[in-house]
Design a protein around this ligand. Structure first.
Ligand code: HEM
Length: 303
């Protein structure tokens, strides 16, 4: 019988050295509806522009503070440059009393063949040259696109039940979290029917990103807007506008970290299949059946 959204693709057999035969069946499985796919890629474009224009804005004052107790003289973190004892320029990141040499990356980098003193290098900021006003325009335009896209994803996900089905882990799945972490560490990924759903580590990570990190980006962003604060006193929620800015920066870094790990896992767990899934919706599921010619074939033995 052919399930809805699933149809057979192909089967191949391999004779093993012990005379048993592995039959691998491949079936198409419809994994991602159009709205989810579109929202995912629009979100990626928005976050890329928000990251690059955000770093441009950060460069205008490359230091972070906490609460109302901090002063300009004692930032939590500062990206700056100074001179070594030998008189050579160097880029440094100061975290409290510690100074880390980051020459070439942060504080001092090369742009158009020239060594330039700036917090984040030109290749990662939007625009590339130091231009706060243009950076803010990009940032606020794409912040609205990010919010509208996120709302469409959430409304569709809740209305259609997709969000609950695909992102909220079931109780029995949460019990297998330890096993799922071990599988990820050994790069063993589910096959067969188990591969139809995200595994529990995936669902929990996506849940944290969707219900915690992305909304935190929005709220801490709004907490920095004087116009918005006239209506809603958001800075008090985060212990002041400087703390909101610091949290905004930390969450940005967590999202970058998430994206790097996410893309690495997409690549190692079947780059082509995963990408086709998120572009066209269709994903291939593999099941392996092992038959032993010495015994009567048992159709239940699917690994
Ligand atoms: C180049 C960057 C990215 C690539 C190549 C990529 C690729 C993918 C792919 C292939 C899937 C489907 C995984 C599967 O079917 O098992 C997926 C799902 C997902 N990705 Fe990404 N992704 C990228 C960036 C991001 C970013 C920046 C975010 C958010 C911060 C994100 C959040 C998610 C979420 C939440 C899902 C699950 C969506 C759902 O099922 O509703 N991704 N991604």
């Amino acid at each position: 019988m052919i399930e809805a959204g699933v149809h057979p693709l192909a089967a191949s057999t391999t004779r093993r050295s012990d005379e048993r035969i592995d039959t691998v069946r491949r079936r198409w499985h419809f994994r991602h509806p159009l709205v989810i796919r579109a929202a995912h890629w629009i979100n990626l474009a928005c976050l890329a522009v928000l990251l690059m224009s955000g770093l441009q804005i950060f460069n205008a004052h490359p230091a972070l503070y906490w609460g109302s107790a901090s002063t300009f003289d004692a930032p939590l973190l500062a990206i700056t440059n100074d001179e070594t004892a030998e008189g050579a320029a160097r880029g440094i990141v100061r975290v409290g009393d510690h100074a880390i040499d980051t020459t070439g990356w942060l504080g001092l980098s090369t742009a158009q063949g020239q060594s330039t003193g700036r917090a984040f290098p030109a290749w990662i900021t939007l625009p590339a040259n130091q231009d706060l006003a243009t950076g803010r325009r990009w940032h606020f335009l794409f912040a609205w696109a990010f919010v509208i896209n996120g709302l469409i994803y959430l409304i569709y996900g809740i209305e259609s039940g997709q969000l609950r089905r695909r992102i909220v882990p079931r109780r029995d799945e949460v019990r297998h979290l330890g096993a799922s972490i071990r599988e990820h560490l050994t790069l063993t990924f589910p096959k067969g029917d188990e591969a139809k759903r995200y595994n529990v580590l995936q669902t929990l990570t996506y849940l944290v990103v969707i219900v915690l990190l992305l909304p935190m980006m929005l709220l801490t962003g709004l907490a920095m807007s004087p116009g918005f604060n006239a209506v809603l006193p958001l800075p008090t929620l985060f212990g002041g506008r400087q703390s909101a800015r610091t949290i905004h920066f930390i969450v940005t870094n967590l999202l970058v970290l998430f994206t790097l790990v996410h893309v690495a896992l997409v690549l190692v767990s079947g780059a082509w299949n995963n990408m086709r899934g998120m572009v066209t919706g269709w994903f291939v599921i593999e099941t392996t059946r092992t038959s032993d010619p010495g015994k009567t074939f048992d159709p239940g033995t699917i690994r």
